[in-house]
Design a protein around this ligand. Structure first.
Ligand SMILES: Cc1ncc(COP(=O)(O)O)c(C=O)c1O
Length: 401
C-alpha cells in the first residue's frame, strides 16, 4: 500500500516508478507548498517592508505571518526567528556573530559527527582567532551522544558548544533530556550553544524555549518547503550581545553621516531582499504538516524506520552505522555491504530506480573516525512505504547474491 501522504506530492505523479530515499538531502514538496510559492508571484509579488502601497503592505503582512507560523511551530517568539537561505547560511551567521565575542585562547567544543556546514565555519573562526576546537565523539559504541560527552570537555575556557540534534549520517538523535542537560549547564557557565536542527525539525517536536539552546538552525527545503529558505532562531536573552554580520537595506533604521542606527531583532540580521515567496511557502509546509497531524506523521515514519532496520538485517553482509534502536533515531540509516563499495551499491540501485545517497554525506570527520571511505544512506519520509523498502531489500539481496 502506498503512503497515504504520497498523493499530496505531485513530484511522484511525474516520477511514477521512482523510489525516493534521499529526503535528508532534500524533501519533495506537497502541492500546497508549490501553490503558495507560485501564488505569491501570480498575485502578490512586491518587495516587503519598503512600499507604502496596498500590494507591498499585503506582501509584508504575508511574510510576517510566515514568521509567526515558524515561531509557533518551533516554540519561539517571532522576534527570535530570522529568515535566511538555509542552514549553511544560518550556521555561518552564528560563527560571524560570535567572532567578535570570542578571543584568542578560548575553546569551542564541536561534535565530531557534524555536517561540514556546522564544522567548517567553526574551524575557520578558530584559525583566524587562535581559538581551540575540541572535537567530541560519542563514547557509546552505537554512537549515541550523551550530555557528558560534551560536558566532560568543558573547561574555564569553553565559550561555545556546537552539536546537531540528529546526524545526517547515522540518523542518531540526541535525547531531549540530554540536550537540556547540555544547554542548562552551558547557560550556567555562560557558554553559547549552537544546535543544528537541519535533520531534526522534520522528525521531532521542537520547543526552542524548553530546549534552552541559544542558536537553532534549519533549512526549509528538508522540511517540505522550497530550496533557498531557512531559519535561524536566536534566544531573546542573547539579542543584546549580537551585532549584525550582513549589512544593507532593511536592517537599519537610520543612516546619517554622524550615526547609523540598526534595526531591532529579527530584522537586524535580515539585510537585503529576503526570499519572500519561500518564507510564505515554508509557512504553507508547516500548515500542511499540522493539517495532516504531526504526531501521526512521526508515528508512521517510526514504523517505516523499524521496518527498514529489520529488513536490512536480512541482507547478507550489511553493516549499519549508529544505533539500531528506534528511540535513538530519526528515519535515516547508513550502512555498507561487506565487499562492495558504496558507490557501486548506489549505481546498482539507481539502475533499479531507487535513489539513495552514497559518499561521505558531508560528514568527513565521522567517516574518518570510523575508518570508512563512504557509506550508503537511506533516508525516509512520510511519502515512503513498506513496499518501497521491500523493493530496496530485494534489490540489495540480488546484488549480494
Ligand atoms: C545536519 C545538517 N546540517 C546542515 C546541513 C546544510 O543544509 P543546507 O545545505 O540546506 O544549507 C545539512 C544538509 O544536508 C545537514 O544534513
Amino acid at each position: 500500500m502506498p503512503s497515504i501522504y504520497k498523493k499530496d506530492f505531485p513530484f511522484f505523479k511525474n516520477n511514477k516508478s521512482l523510489i525516493y530515499f534521499d529526503s535528508a538531502a532534500t524533501s519533495q514538496k506537497p502541492l500546497s507548498v508549490i501553490d503558495a510559492e507560485c501564488g505569491f508571484y501570480l498575485k502578490h509579488n512586491s518587495n516587503i517592508k519598503r512600499g507604502s502601497y496596498d500590494l507591498a503592505e499585503a506582501a509584508t503582512d504575508m511574510f510576517e505571518s510566515a514568521r509567526e507560523a515558524v515561531a509557533d511551530f518551533i516554540g519561539a517568539k517571532p522576534s527570535e526567528v530570522v529568515f535566511n537561505s538555509g542552514s549553511t547560511e544560518g550556521l555561518n551567521t552564528v560563527a560571524g556573530i560570535l567572532r567578535p565575542l570570542l578571543k584568542s585562547g578560548d575553546e569551542i567544543i564541536v561534535s565530531g559527527m557534524e555536517h561540514h556546514s556546522n564544522l567548517l565555519p567553526w574551524l575557520e573562526l578558530a584559525k583566524s582567532k587562535n581559538i581551540k576546537v575540541k572535537y567530541v565523539f560519542p563514547k557509546d559504541p552505537d554512537l549515541v551522544f550523551m550530555a557528558t560527552d560534551f560536558l566532560s570537555e568543558v573547561t574555564g575556557k569553553t565559550r561555545v558548544i556546537v552539536f546537531a540534534g540528529a546526524s545526517n549520517f547515522t540518523g542518531n538523535k540526541v535525547a531531549t533530556s540530554e540536550i537540556k542537560k547540555i544547554t542548562d549547564l552551558a547557560e550556567e557557565k555562560n557558554i553559547f550553544t549552537v544546535f543544528d536542527a537541519s535533520q531534526y525539525v522534520q522528525h521531532e517536536v521542537v520547543n526552542f524555549r524548553k530546549m534552552n539552546v541559544d542558536f537553532l538552525s534549519f533549512s526549509g527545503h528538508k522540511l517540505y518547503a522550497p530550496m533557498g529558505t531557512g531559519v535561524l532562531a536566536i534566544k531573546q536573552e542573547k539579542h543584546s550581545q549580537i551585532s549584525p554580520v550582513k549589512f544593507g537595506g532593511e536592517m537599519v533604521k537610520r543612516v546619517r553621516m554622524k550615526d547609523v542606527i540598526y534595526e531591532d531583532f529579527p530584522y537586524i540580521l535580515e539585510g537585503g531582499t529576503p526570499n519572500v515567496s519561500g518564507a510564505i511557502a515554508l509557512a504553507a509546509a508547516l500548515k500542511y504538516l499540522k493539517s495532516k497531524g504531526v504526531k501521526g506523521i512521526m508515528k508512521y515514519e517510526k514504523e517505516l524506520l523499524a521496518y527498514l532496520l529489520s529488513s536490512l538485517k536480512k541482507v547478507k553482509g550489511v553493516d549499519i552505522y549508529g544505533s539500531k534502536a528506534i528511540k535513538d533515531k530519526i528515519p535515516l540509516v547508513s550502512f555498507n555491504i561487506k565487499g562492495l563499495h558504496a558507490h557501486d551499491v548506489g549505481y546498482f540501485l539507481n539502475q533499479k530506480k531507487i535513489a539513495v545517497r552514497v559518499g561521505e554525506h558531508c560528514v568527513g570527520l565521522a567517516h574518518e573516525y570510523l575508518c570508512i571511505p563512504s557509506s550508503v544512506r537511506v533516508s525516509l519520509s512520510l511519502y515512503n512505504s513498506k513496499e518501497e523498502i521491500d523493493k530496496l531489500v530485494r534489490a540489495l539481496s540480488t546484488l549480494v547474491g
